[in-house]
Design a binder for this molecule. Sequence first.
Ligand code: FO1
Length: 332
Amino acid sequence: MSNETGPVLALSGGVGGAKLALGLYRILPPDTLTIVANTGDDFEHLGLSISPDLDTLLYTLSGNDNLELGWGRRGETWTFMAALEALGGETWFRLGDGDLATHIERTRRRKAGESLSAISHDFRRRLGIAARLLPMSDDPVRTRLHTAPTPPSPASGGGLGGGAGGWLDFQDYFVRLRCEPVIDRLEFAGAADVRPHREFLAALADPQLRAIVICPSNPFISIDPILAVPGVRAALRACNAPVIAVSPIIGGKAVKGPTAKMMAELGLPVDAAAVAHHYRDFLDLYIADEEDAAAVAGLDMPVVLTRTLMQSLADREALARAVLAAAERVRK
Ligand code: FO1
């Protein structure tokens, strides 16, 4: 039987995922949408508690997102960064003047003992967002990436041994080193000890749930941390609602960011099918771009082909509609 009114749960990271989250937000009754954000990218920087994916979702859903950068605030000014630079401060992680207010206020409230989810709830209300936005957990998880050992080479000082490789914190890898290091594995430090946010688990167990949407974020750095939270993957497998993922790969390439480079370095084929395999133990249906029809032809799960590139608001809404229509097809 169809379920066109039940709640929808979306798992999302930053940029790519936030676009589909906005599409869902615009087509659904807002009080039926819960978005769970990855917090593995969070870090302490300049004494501030920074939650990039929560902030990208806050700004995107409230129409405050910076469309050029893909992160931070619209119409941003950079007086603080320029002044910090002049003082010799760390400016590799760019903090706009408006964005800074978010980090300063979140840091103040965290220090006062408020949870990340309580702060996110209040921020999204103040920004006029009617959907629910949750961190995957109120406890800290930190994505780290292991760099492959660099082979000895004349370039590394006369044939001496190359670098031994080592662990990088996420923002060091992603921003400071611009995703250049070659990685061979990731870890989500702390994941084994955290609890999924109670409203996240409750949503997963809701018998009225209409669909669970894995947004087209980077599977490894944005979705896997959410799946690493104890109980999440098992709940997705056990869930009665259809679990649908949208491919972050289009035409064998990532729309933005290091997804394709990471897949190659992790030894995975850089194609849409590899992402479906990555989620296969809980996925009911995969949505891939029409360009990747051949790549997903042999998949042993239902596939829907559609245009997945989201450039306009209409694209975001159209993809959201395609996801929900697909959910009706695989309803259990
Ligand atoms: N990404 C960059 O490539 N360079 C930056 O300077 C940068 C600053 C920044 C500030 C606040 C914020 O919420 C996000 C920011 N990002 C920046 C993006 C961030 O690294 C990514 O959004 C996520 O961590 C990965 O999706």
